[in-house]
Design a binder for this molecule. Structure first.
Ligand code: HEM
Length: 488
């Protein structure tokens, strides 16, 4: 193999350090296409950062199934005790830009991809089992309040608390965020959750509602405000460094994977709306079932290609795993692939990190920017992705040799729906009890630190917003409200 530097067309470059000039002091010649190629590529080395979760890191690994789930699902990666499925995980903070510090008080993204034999299955969750909202139509407004003020370009506590005070369903997640659980020390020592309710369906056509939990085997460690403030100054990339160093040292992080499973019919009678993302399912009602181990053991070769261009999406589902009527999840089924077409380009799923690794993609989509990137993985049957049957046929149904057929044996069982189409508000549907339950779990010290942390930013907002928030804390637990009042 040659060790010469070459240009993009593979031609050896004789001098990569000096521009081509007219005389030793003369101007640069337009014919210096090597200089132009270098500068032009440099100008194009960025794509838009993710609109949320912009700062992150990723690694590959494995999911080993320790409990067969065929009574619940036909999903390949959940069948066959001992089966090993390749995975990719991207961790992130939420509100900061690509260069922001890791040790922020912020939820953490915990996005898992399973490269299964029937396509890529992504569980794009967080380190918390719930979220601030239960309807995706509010998500852009919420995120605007978490990011920079459009006029001053500064973070804006007034906007943040104004929004939360008008959306009491956020209180449960606000309590998690402001508590001792709010600043994970790194990405290894935190749990992950699919958060939403998804569905599993089995060979008999029975459906079950499911929640995914990833329990850190490294334990859970969080930082105090003081520790985090110091760390942000010393090493803004603390969580990224922690993960890279652990994997490079062979200290592979592991998570025990669990599910909670609810039979389909229970959803109609359970006292908690199972499709409300602001609520957990108490484990006493639906116990955790341990199903396997997630391990991360390989870092990407090219951060930009494999992490920046990773396109994880809740809509990446496979036969045996489906969505649920959760309104937040429904919005996300649209939002991610749409963002990725814009952020990366129409053929982002042809890139090596995004194409299927354990099977092949066969469809009729041949065109678009960058079409033709060959997925380096061939699945089990040794075929290449992208062209099924006759390479000239980009339509179906067709009579060409090897035409692509519907995989009708993988049809999801029908879901019974009822009711009238309307915009239903679920306000007043108990926004307080789980927030109060969580508060009551905390020790005296934790309650005081929670009140102090909340007061430190609530202090900066108008009296009117403070009063509205205090009324919510009171409703969750009288002592919760009282402690914040005292801290203010
Ligand atoms: C990233 C939208 C709620 C977790 C993103 C991205 C978008 C988005 C557009 C960037 C995707 C990309 O460019 O690749 C939304 C919308 C939501 C929502 C519209 C509500 C309707 C949530 C919730 C969670 C979550 C509830 C967790 C439970 C994540 C994670 C990422 C992400 C982990 C980063 C994925 C990665 O590592 O590449 N979200 N999001 N989001 N979101 Fe959401």
């Amino acid at each position: 193999m040659s060790h010469y530097i070459t240009s993009q067309n593979g031609a050896p470059i004789a001098d990569d350090q000096n521009s081509l000039t007219a005389g030793s002091r003369g101007p640069v010649l337009l014919q210096d296409w090597q200089l132009i190629e270098k500068l032009a590529h440099f100008n194009r080395e960025r794509i838009p950062e993710r609109v949320v979760h912009a700062k992150g890191t990723g690694a590959y690994g494995t999911f080993t199934l320790t409990r067969d789930l065929s009574e619940y699902t036909i999903a390949d990666h959940f069948i066959g005790e001992g089966k090993v499925t390749e995975t990719f995980v991207r961790f992130s903070t939420v509100g900061g830009e690509m260069g922001s510090a890791d040790a922020e008080r912020d939820p953490r993204g915990f996005a898992v991809r399973f490269y299964t034999k029937r396509g890529n299955h992504d569980v794009v969750g967080n380190n918390t089992p719930t979220f601030f909202l239960r309807d995706g139509i509010k998500f852009p407004d919420f995120i605007h309040t978490q990011m920079r003020n459009p006029q001053t370009n500064l973070k804006d506590p007034q906007a943040m608390w104004d929004f939360w005070s008008l959306n009491p369903e956020a209180l449960h997640q606000v309590t998690v965020l402001m508590s001792d659980r709010g600043i994970p020390a790194n990405y290894r020592q935190m749990h992950g959750y699919g958060s939403h309710t998804f569905s599993l369906w089995n060979a008999k056509g029975e459906r079950f509602w499911v929640k995914f939990h990833f329990k850190s085997r490294q334990g859970v460690v969080n930082l105090t405000n003081e520790q985090a403030d110091k760390l942000k100054g010393i090493d803004p990339d603390s969580s990224q460094r922690d993960l890279m160093v652990a994997i490079m040292d062979g200290n592979f992080p592991r998570w025990t994977v669990n599910v909670q499973i609810m039979p389909e019919a229970d959803a109609n009678t359970y006292h908690i709306d199972p499709f409300d993302l602001t609520k957990v399912w108490p484990h006493k009602d639906y116990p955790l079932i341990e199903i396997g181990v997630l391990e991360l053991n390989r870092i990407p070769q090219n951060y930009f290609a494999e992490v920046e261009q990773a396109a994880l999406a809740p809509s990446n589902l496979v036969p045996g795993v489906g969505a649920s009527p959760d309104k937040m999840l429904q919005a996300r089924l649209f939002a991610y692939a749409d963002a990725q077409r814009y952020r990366i380009g129409a053929n982002y799923n042809q890139l090596p990190v995004n194409c299927p690794h354990a099977t092949v993609a066969n469809h009729h989509q041949r065109g678009g920017a960058m079409a033709g990137t060959q997925c380096p993985y061939h699945g089990d049957n040794g075929h290449q992705s992208q062209t099924g049957g006759d390479a000239s046929a980009n339509y179906g149904p067709s009579t060409v040799t090897g035409a692509l057929n519907d995989a009708s044996h993988f049809a999801e069982p029908p879901l019974r729906l009822e009711g009238e189409a309307a915009r239903y508000s679920l306000y007043g549907k108990d926004d307080y009890s789980q927030a109060g339950n969580l508060y009551r779990l905390f020790s005296e010290g934790e309650k005081n630190r929670l009140a102090e942390t909340i007061a430190s930013t609530l202090r900066q907002v108008t009296e009117e917003v403070q009063q509205r928030m205090l009324a919510h804390f009171d409703k969750a637990d009288a002592d919760y409200g009282q402690r914040i009042r005292a801290a203010l």
